[in-house]
Unconditional design. Structure first.
Ligand code: IMP
Ligand code: MG
Length: 185
């Protein structure tokens, strides 16, 4: 594998940031009923590490969504493939996402979850690409701002591969446009 990737954010840098986010969330949610909502599949690695760095009783649940193909990309039409099991009533919900690009996925999820009457709703994203934003989404916790480039590792994929890398890297044969055709992302 060596030589195939360029390391953008090392394992150590990621872990330090996740600890920092965990400390901040612990302080902000003390005494509340925290529910972490992970967006499958990309956020899986991040949400597990983040949860272990939050020193509060909390629930974890997952949603899977899919964007429609390239022709409807700008419409922001998103389909729910797997819904939450938990009710959001009276819960303080924190959406945990791997990366924000156009913002269309999170914009849809945010509106959808807000309609279920949570006590509060915030968003935590590990990575933020600001350049391609089409829908403005309020990000309450952000790990890193990155350039408009395709990144993999720490849960993020290229053609479903590389999610298991412990760092965030750039992969030479990445196919940025394929993300619109893959379900669950
Ligand atoms: P958007 O904000 O609706 O455009 O979509 C964000 C989703 O696209 C993320 O949840 C990721 O699953 C995927 N995505 C965007 N950029 C990247 C990347 O650089 N690497 C891997 N997945 C990405
Ligand atoms: Mg995602």
């Amino acid at each position: 594998m060596a030589g195939e990737y360029e390391v953008l954010l090392s394992e150590e840098v990621l872990q330090r940031k996740v600890q920092e986010l965990g400390r901040q969330i612990t302080a902000d949610y003390r005494g509340k009923r925290l529910l972490l909502v992970g967006v499958l599949k990309g956020a899986v690695v991040f949400i597990v590490d983040l949860a272990r760095n939050i020193d509060l009783p909390l629930e974890i649940d997952f949603m899977a969504v899919s964007s429609y193909g390239a022709s409807t990309e700008t419409s922001g039409v998103v389909r729910i493939i797997k819904d939450l099991e938990a009710s959001l009533q009276d819960k303080d919900v924190l959406i945990v996402e791997d990366i924000v690009d156009t913002g269309l996925t999170l914009d849809y999820l945010r509106q959808n979850l807000l309609s279920r009457s949570p006590a509060s709703l915030r968003i935590c994203a590990l990575l933020n690409k600001r350049k391609e934003r089409k829908a403005p989404v309020p990000l309450d916790y952000v790990g890193f701002e990155i350039e408009d480039q395709w990144v993999v590792g720490y849960g993020l994929d290229s053609g479903e591969l590389h999610r298991n890398l412990p760092y965030i890297g750039l992969v030479k044969d990445a196919q940025p446009l394929s993300k619109r055709e893959e379900p669950c992302e």
